[in-house]
Design a protein around this ligand. Structure first.
Ligand code: GDP
Length: 138
């Protein structure tokens, strides 16, 4: 397993509920190195650009409204096998189906408001890291 970077978001629901510190603690406890981190507040257009692959999906409007509804924390995380490792720590998209001990189980409220985001493949990680961070910040 080679060291890899992935892109993560502490979504507006988790930020608003005051879970940022607990999620960051889990990130460190699980062995990720935080390579870059920023508090940001996406515009609707920025959220649409980020989730462009989902633009035909019925939930696209609701998803981008939610992601632009308040501040969120964007992160570049590094670890061996970081993409899979972070998705395992997040758990299933729907918190009701997520395993015990995962972030979405603990902090997610619904399939729409599910606390965290994580890249699903090396190509998406490269796009998503580049969408939010300049080379100098990484
Ligand atoms: P992820 O990779 O686990 O985040 O899931 P997807 O890439 O399939 O979907 C992206 C995001 O869209 C999810 O994290 C959810 O916030 C949202 N989403 C996915 N499916 C649904 C759905 O059926 N309804 C709603 N409201 N949101 C959804």
């Amino acid at each position: 397993m080679s060291t890899e970077r992935t892109f993560a978001i502490i979504k507006p629901d988790a930020y608003k509920s005051g879970y940022t510190g607990r999620i960051l603690a889990r990130i460190e406890q699980e062995g990720f190195t935080i390579r870059a981190m920023r508090l940001t507040y996406l515009s609707k257009r920025e959220a649409e650009g980020f989730y462009a692959v989902h633009r035909e999906r019925p939930f696209f409007g609701g998803l981008t409204d939610f992601m632009s509804s308040g501040p969120c924390v964007v992160l570049a995380l590094e670890a061996p096998d970081a993409i899979k490792k972070w998705r395992a720590l997040m758990g299933a998209t729907d918190p009701a189906k997520a395993e015990a001990g995962t972030l979405r189980k603990e902090f997610g409220a619904s399939i729409g408001e599910n606390a965290t985001h994580g890249s699903d493949a090396p190509e998406t990680a490269a796009f998503e890291l580049g969408y939010f961070f300049r080379g100098m910040e990484l």
